[in-house]
Design a protein around this ligand. Structure first.
Ligand code: A3P
Length: 324
């Protein structure tokens, strides 16, 4: 399917006119492309990713829907995979995560590497194993990601908190010219599935089902489990990635070191994340670190909002085994 759209650079407007559209969160419109909601610039980049990215068996792909813990997962995975190159012990003041935002170290395929459709990236420059991220649903992954032996880690977060997180973030980065997007209006869009890379239930279910069918290919993590017991989840993650902790490393406290290095407070307080810009587009890095808590939604939801989103989740996720 995407091959036919190779010339989209010229024909984008015509192509977009053929797609269902809705008001956008931070662009005038979102378009329903390949079954999920997308911004025009992303559509081109996703097609380019689908056409040109050739996964290798050793690749590690982090897949998320925005605001479900992408930054955290990138940091943790980078620290695990590179721990022999970059010591994670607290006396190493040279660790790249202390001076770089995780999005700089683990690039997005569609937002970074293939963002410019006129210039394909030179992926041989990526260190091995190649560690990259993507936001698209499972179905829209490049074919080679599905057919090769590369591994996919998905992180999922309670939709109540994800909604609150994304509303705050997009409110910050939404251009002033579009005017504000009221909380209630955004909530209605979210409940109807109109959110970048959503409907969120399809996004979660796609990876959830794959993780059940091919657990060696797709690891399904939850933000809430990671907050509850990060060391336990780190062990699981490291093992899945093919970089298990040895007994000696466990004894030396390497797992705790990684969890501390990548903790919300530690990352939020770093200069690069307080003052830096541009890890994602030209936005401020500090906006990627808001509260980092479970259950902040109770401070925002009315009882009727709670009821509506609960009903949507029951209707869409009920029976799948995926619960929150
Ligand atoms: P909140 O807005 O609820 O605080 P993403 O990285 O996918 O954009 O997700 C952003 C959410 O993850 C934000 O949630 C952010 O604060 C939280 N977050 C960022 N870094 C984190 C970390 N190291 N540990 C836990 N949560 C983190």
């Amino acid at each position: 399917k995407p091959k036919q759209q190779e010339n989209l650079t010229e024909d984008l407007d015509e192509f977009l006119a053929s797609l269902p559209k809705e008001k956008g969160w931070r662009t005038p419109n979102l378009f329903l492309f390949q079954g999920f909601w997308c911004q025009p610039k992303e559509i081109r980049a996703i097609i380019s990713t689908q056409n040109h990215f050739k996964a290798q068996d050793s690749d590690l792909i982090l897949a998320t829907i925005p605001k479900s813990g992408t930054t955290w997962l990138k940091a943790l995975t980078f620290a695990i995979v590179n721990r022999n190159k970059f010591s994670v012990q607290h006396n190493n003041h040279q660790h790249p995560l202390l001076t770089h935002n995780p999005h700089e170290l683990v690039p997005f395929l569609e937002y970074k590497l293939y963002a410019d459709c006129n210039r394909l990236p030179n992926l041989s420059l990526l260190p091995s194993p190649r560690l990259v991220a993507i936001h698209v649903p499972f179905e829209a992954l490049p074919d080679s990601v599905k057919t090769s032996k590369c591994k996919i880690v998905y992180i999922c977060r309670n939709p109540f908190d994800t909604f609150v997180s994304i509303w705050h973030y997009l409110d910050k980065i939404r251009p002033k010219s579009l005017g504000p997007l009221p909380f209630e209006e955004a909530f209605d869009m979210y409940c109807r599935g109109v959110i970048g890379f959503g409907p969120y239930w399809d996004h979660m279910l796609g990876y959830w089902r794959e993780s059940l069918e091919t657990p060696n290919k797709v690891l399904f993590l939850r933000y809430e489990d990671m907050k509850a017991d990060i060391c336990d989840q780190l062990k699981k993650l490291a093992e899945f990635l093919g970089f298990p902790f040895t007994d000696e490393e466990a004894k030396e406290g390497i797992i705790e070191d990684i969890s501390t290095l990548c903790s919300f407070q530690n990352m939020k307080d770093l200069q690069v994340n307080k003052k830096g810009k541009g890890a994602i587009s030209n936005y401020e890095n500090k906006d990627l670190f808001r509260k980092g808590e479970i259950g902040d939604w109770v401070n925002y939801f009315t009882p009727s909002m709670f009821e509506r989103l609960s009903n949507v989740m029951e209707e869409k996720l009920g029976g799948s085994g995926l619960t929150f």
